[in-house]
Design a protein around this ligand. Structure first.
Ligand code: GAR
Length: 192
């Protein structure tokens, strides 16, 4: 077996710009026992695909029918020997078949302090808009295991940041992104 085959193979699922994916890729580059083996994405125009091309990481572009009513691409994940899945800005719900195939092996990052501001439709800027509309003094990030319900799995880690009186959803998003980039790769490593 060569060195790559001995490593834990991670798939990163992402639908967007991919700034978290980039930080995770950077963190695990040349890591002794972890390899980012696949980027899974549901949007052909997503920035994360450009990152994957630059980093020479294989990509899998998925479509709804097969993900939710087919085999959920489990065979392909197995082909890449994926044993751990990281959701980094992935906006589709994870189908039960995938949760069952990867029990306690899927983690998600959410840009708020769950259980507040979670659930269907609560993603990205919608979260920050709601936090500001409710005049919260504090927000943060939650990293949690994934079960078949949106944002409801066991919490692994939370970190907080202030919400300032003159914050806009964009300025708050920037603060939250910094928190995510600081903590997410290390928390993944600790779970592994
Ligand atoms: C991140 O802030 C992540 O927490 C959020 O999407 C953003 C993706 O940014 N995820 C959710 O809202 C999930 N409900 P990125 O593409 O730059 O990593």
């Amino acid at each position: 077996m060569n060195k790559e085959n001995n490593k834990i193979h991670i798939a990163i699922f992402a639908s967007g710009a991919g700034s978290n994916a980039q930080k995770i890729i950077d963190y695990f580059k040349n890591h002794s026992h972890v390899s980012i083996a696949l980027i899974v994405c549901n949007k052909p125009e997503a920035g994360v695909l450009t990152i994957a091309a630059k980093e020479v990481i294989p990509t899998l572009l998925i479509e709804k029918e097969r993900f939710f009513r087919g085999d959920a691409y489990i065979d392909i994940l197995k082909e890449y020997q994926i044993s751990f899945i990281v959701l980094a800005g992935f906006l589709w719900k994870i189908p039960q078949a995938l949760v069952v195939a990867y029990p306690d092996k899927i983690v998600n990052i959410h840009p708020a302090l769950l259980p507040k501001y979670g659930g269907k439709g609560m993603y990205g800027h919608f979260v920050h808009e709601a936090v500001i509309a409710n005049a919260e003094k504090e927000s943060g990030i939650t990293i949690h295991f994934v079960n078949e319900n949106f944002d409801e799995g066991t919490h692994i880690f939370q970190a907080t940041c202030p919400v300032l009186p003159d914050d806009t959803p964009d300025s708050l998003a920037e603060r939250i992104h910094k928190l995510e980039h600081t903590h997410f790769p290390k928390v993944i490593e600790s779970v592994l």
